[in-house]
Write a protein that binds this ligand. Structure first.
Ligand SMILES: [Zn+2]
Length: 163
């Protein structure tokens, strides 16, 4: 069954809601970038830390340039980036999910408006063309969102799919 763009958007919104549910259970404070990932600090410890714990949320792993460990873990430059990415995702990802839910809810509200007169008044082409433009404009935003999502996750084909 082929999903409509409205169904796809709702599905993406559900992913974000699920993500935020999981996010409630993780360590609820900013995570620090490991010293290993920072060029301005000479210490090379690889811990992602959070206030309130003496230990770490997680540890970055990397292969040595030479030696027995070479190849088992990401090379140093990639591991450095992993540390920054994990720490910054802690605050960025939930924020992005919240913003996305807000955008989808606004889009749905805008699409469900019974009258498009208000939006058409500013358009010189008149009511019918203005209304059509408005609908196409909203459809374009929806398509753009879905295309970006599907570029990362593949096509959304079923309602019950989970990321
Ligand atoms: Zn350190």
């Amino acid at each position: 069954m082929k999903l409509t763009n409205e169904q796809k958007l709702t599905r993406i919104r559900d992913y974000c809601v699920d993500f935020l549910e999981r996010e409630k259970e993780v360590t609820n404070r900013p995570w620090s970038i490991p010293h290993y990932s920072r060029d301005d600090i000479s210490c090379n410890c690889k811990y992602v830390l959070a206030d309130g714990y003496c230990g770490a949320v997680c540890t970055i792993h990397h292969s040595e340039e030479r030696g027995a460990e070479h190849g088992d873990n990401p090379p140093p430059s990639e591991a450095k980036a992993n540390g920054t990415f994990i720490a910054s995702s802690r605050t960025f990802a939930p924020c992005a999910a919240e913003m996305f839910i807000g955008i989808v809810d606004s889009l749905i509200q805008m699409s469900e408006r019974p009258s498009i007169t208000h939006y058409s008044q500013d358009l010189r082409d008149g009511f019918s063309i203005g209304g059509e433009f408005y609908r196409e404009y909203l459809a374009g935003i929806k398509e753009s969102i879905i295309a970006r999502w599907e570029a990362h996750h593949g096509e959304i084909t079923r309602q019950e799919e989970k990321v």
